[in-house]
Design a protein around this ligand. Structure first.
Ligand code: GAF
Length: 401
């Protein structure tokens, strides 16, 4: 499994020590362990994961830490350093969808949902005290939810010796999000958080979760991958995601295939000719061409042609904007302003309707590209975007002991 391996065998250090100290402040004694799970960006392969397709995410250095201690009375206590409102107290045996127990659908539904999913899977999970600390930006499309779920899943797995693999913990985390929190996401984000490795993108087949770690080190090629968080999140996104899923399922039904993944690129034109509805047709075209772009991206990475990713990223963005209709003016502005300033390519990443874009630039040009994007935002009267360089970080793992 991808997530085992202590950072320090002796005593918590650095971030783990701070999480442990936070735990001690809240609960009065130290944790049994500290686990970490990262956020992600997706290099390419968007809205393919609920079509049994392919994705290519990388883990961010940003991560959620869960410091945790086992409790043998079945009580689950949840505390987040980033959320006001104190400790949420629940009972594992009473967890049920729709009753996160925190008086609303706040952050606690995610870790509570994970405990529920483990219990529902018949795993012998009991109570725990949990304290989480995160530097994954929230609401930025960088999978802070998946990071929280997977960190919790790893912590409970470790506390109760459940012996689940990273893949199994990703599946259980997705179940928590789908069936407990009620968000109809695919499996990409949880698998990225659980299974990515440093210095690699994760080539994931979302049908059977088979995967390959493809080396990805833009800096070695004098390139930089920037993440631009637009800091907007259009509310439209909620219903639209489910609507896109439904259109894809309709497309697969019309074509008589289990999922759009089963439509080969070479048969796209013939397939499109069989779909009367122009909206469904466009959605199908995006998914089929996007799966092909993932394969092409992997080929480029494996033959050391990283800078040639640029046109693929741009084509992916155009497809998401025009055929899948999940971009927004702010994401388009990032792509246009970055490209005009000499970036090799750029695209929205994640679900869309706000959130983040990625920009691939030659390293020496990255500061100018960044400045151009910031200037374009200012000229439009938008809040300054949050920009950072993405380095492919580690997937989920135990940090201590
Ligand atoms: C969101 C979802 F959570 C993922 O499962 C995926 O569908 C993505 O949007 C779009 O590629 O991040």
């Amino acid at each position: 499994s991808g997530w085992e391996g202590p950072e320090s065998p002796e005593s918590p250090e650095g971030d783990a020590a701070r999480a442990a100290a936070g735990f001690r402040e809240v609960y009065g004694a130290g944790p049994d362990g500290v686990w970490a799970a990262p956020g992600r960006v997706n290099l390419i392969g968007e809205h393919t994961d609920y079509n049994d397709g392919f994705v290519l995410p990388l883990a961010l250095p940003h991560r959620t830490l869960a410091a945790a201690r086992r409790r043998d009375d079945g009580v689950l206590r949840l505390h987040s350093a980033g959320v006001a409102g104190g400790v949420v107290e629940l009972r594992v045996e009473e967890l049920a969808p729709g009753t996160p127990g925190d008086g609303g659908d706040g952050w606690a539904a995610y870790p509570a949902g994970v405990a529920w999913a483990l219990r529902e899977a018949g795993l012998p999970v009991g109570g725990a005290d949990l304290h989480v600390v995160s530097d994954v930006p929230t609401g930025a499309g960088l999978s802070s939810s998946a990071a929280l779920e997977v960190a919790t899943a790893c912590a409970l797995d470790g506390l109760y010796g459940l012996g689940q693999s990273g893949e199994q913990l990703a599946r259980l985390s997705r179940t928590a999000e789908n069936d407990f929190v009620g968000v109809p996401c695919g499996i990409m984000d949880q698998t990225a958080s659980a299974c990515c490795t440093a210095g690699h993108v994760l080539h994931l087949d979302t049908r059977d979760l088979s995967r390959r770690h493809v080396p990805f080190d833009p800096a070695a090629e004098e390139l930089a991958l920037l993440v631009v968080d637009t800091r907007v999140q259009h509310s439209l996104g909620d219903g639209a995601y489910a609507e896109r899923r439904a259109a894809c399922e309709e497309g697969a039904r019309l074509l008589g295939v289990p999922a759009l993944r089963d439509v080969p690129y070479g048969e796209l034109d013939a397939a499109l000719a069989r779909i009367a509805d122009p909206v469904v047709r466009a959605r199908v075209r995006h998914v089929v061409t996007e799966n092909r772009r993932v394969a092409q991206a992997v080929e480029l990475l494996e033959s050391g042609r990283v800078r040639e990713l640029g046109p693929l990223l741009l084509a992916g963005h155009a497809s998401l904007r025009d055929d899948f209709a999940v971009s927004c003016p702010e994401l388009d502005l990032v792509v246009e302003s970055a490209t005009a300033a000499g970036a090799l390519g750029a695209r929205m990443t994640g679900g869309g309707f706000g959130g983040s874009a990625i920009v691939l630039a030659q390293a020496p040009q990255a500061p100018a590209v960044r400045a151009a994007v910031e200037k374009a935002f200012e000229a439009e009267g938008l809040r300054p975007p949050r920009v950072f360089e993405a380095v492919a970080g580690a997937g989920a793992h135990r940090m201590y002991p």
